[in-house]
Unconditional design. Sequence first.
Length: 220
Amino acid sequence: MFSNDRAGAVFFDVDGTLVPGTSSSVFLAGFLGHRDALAKAEDAYASGDLDNRQVSELDAAGWAGVPEDQVSGWLDGLPLVAGIAETVTWCRQNGLVPVLATLAWSPVGSYLADRFGFQGFSGPRLETAGGRFTGRVARHFDEYGKRDFALTRARELELAPRSCGAVGDSRSDLPLFAAVGLSVAFNASAGAREAATVTVDGDDLRGVLPVLSRLVTASR
């Protein structure tokens, strides 16, 4: 349960943040047979040579014919940073609502939210028909959609953006970093480090907790 006095919300990125050194899409593409092509496309996105729509359409094509119910079994092996469960528990105990703000496909957000107790998730959607993925994108979602999702969620929680924090690592987090009161670049790119309030490096997500405690202190 959340404390009676809600201090704020924290929006956590997935790829590169909760999933270290890679992305959930590249991990899943290993099962789908287009891992190398997608890794190159994601590098091109990071450098600004491709946009999110182009990368998503390339990735989605590799999903054609895959049963929806097969994905959760693959995700059980997803590499994750240590300390996610403990960080979510700490947020709850301190009146901070933990939410996933991510460009990962919706099956990934749904899986992580259910597994760790995040209060919602964002992300693009893959089209499905008859219990299988079609190879097309049902809903595109980019870095500005991530920011807008977080701001909408904050309004629903009756929280001002300045009462919210974001934890991320890369280009897709920059609009959100600019919109909230506290931003944490976790094992991040140079651009994210420059844009963030604070930089934290480490192999355990609990390293961000001393920074997030500022949101709790500010609410008192």
